[in-house]
Design a protein around this ligand. Structure first.
Ligand code: SF4
Length: 282
């Protein structure tokens, strides 16, 4: 029996940066700090940060000090303005890749493009990025069929959520090219960490008898990894912690693959490996 953990499994650059910035700020100011929304999509990490006096809140009115930490997914432009109007200082942990997407949208909007964003309109990153354009000038799509609701009578800018499945984004781009002969610009906004994780997850799935995907159920990139693995290996399970593992999943499996979302810390991955190793069947 062999357990292989994808080399890029776990925290990405943007998540490490956000957590370090939050911890350093709480220590520097020696006070309780709030993040507007969970700093990353991993409930176990958010829970641990409470021990370091970092607490998530849902609204500006709940912010307890004169500073607030902006999470890795960023926030909407109007919320940022409201925070500044209340003289609350911003500690900006928005991932630089998300910042780059915000800037692309702002420019595309000012230059008169109709924007198609490929992603989940309920996800905070998409909500923050798309808020840099007027709501009449964009459409967020998560399925090919949703393109049928767009007129395609003007120039188009295409952008994707940073954690989008690369093949899905490419399929949308191809479909848009078929639908219009107007000018199209395409922003390559799927981040490097996501691309690498997806490639490794697909490769590992093709070599494994079972795939375990570790990460928050509310984590977009973890859910994308699960879908990529499941397309190749039907025996794919998404878990948040080692407690959800079931011994019977592993009966007859010789090669076990593990990958983890960008907001999953190493200590959770290590516990998952340890629990699998402890099963009698190995
Ligand atoms: S997955 Fe990519 S965009 Fe998201 S926080 Fe990590 S590095 Fe940034």
């Amino acid at each position: 029996m062999k357990i292989t953990v994808a080399p890029s499994a776990g925290f990405c650059f943007g998540v490490k940066r956000a957590i370090n910035l939050a911890i350093d700020s709480a220590s520097k100011f020696d006070t309780e700090l709030n993040t507007l929304g969970p700093i990353i999509h991993n409930p176990q990490v958010v829970s641990q940060l409470k021990e370091k006096k970092i607490f998530p809140v849902d609204t500006i009115d709940e912010i307890k000090s004169d500073k607030v930490i902006i999470r890795s997914h960023g926030i909407k432009a109007d919320i940022e303005n409201k925070i500044l109007q209340k003289n609350i200082a911003i500690i900006d942990a928005t991932c630089p890749f998300v910042k780059r997407s915000q800037e692309y949208i702002r420019k595309a909007f000012l230059e008169g493009y109709f924007i198609i964003m490929v992603g989940d309109d309920k996800h905070p990153e998409v909500q923050s990025v798309i808020s840099f354009a007027d709501s009449s000038r964009y459409k967020v799509v998560n399925k090919l069929e949703e393109l049928n609701k767009i007129k395609f009578d003007e120039k188009i800018a295409l952008i994707s959520q940073t954690t989008q499945d690369t093949n899905f984004y490419l399929s949308i781009i191809c479909e848009v090219f078929k639908k219009t002969s107007k000018e199209i610009i395409v922003f390559n906004t799927i981040c490097d960490a996501t691309k690498l994780k997806q490639e490794e997850a697909a490769f590992l799935s093709s070599k494994s008898d079972i795939m375990i995907v570790v990460g928050g159920y509310n984590s977009a990139n973890t859910n994308k990894l699960k879908n990529i693995c499941r397309k190749i290996q039907n025996n794919t399970y998404h878990i948040e912690t080692e407690e959800e593992l079931k011994q019977e999943w592993f009966i007859g499996a010789e090669n076990i693959g593990i990958t983890a979302g960008a907001s999953t810390p190493d200590w959770i991955i290590e516990k998952v490996v340890g629990k699998i190793q402890s099963f009698d069947i190995l």
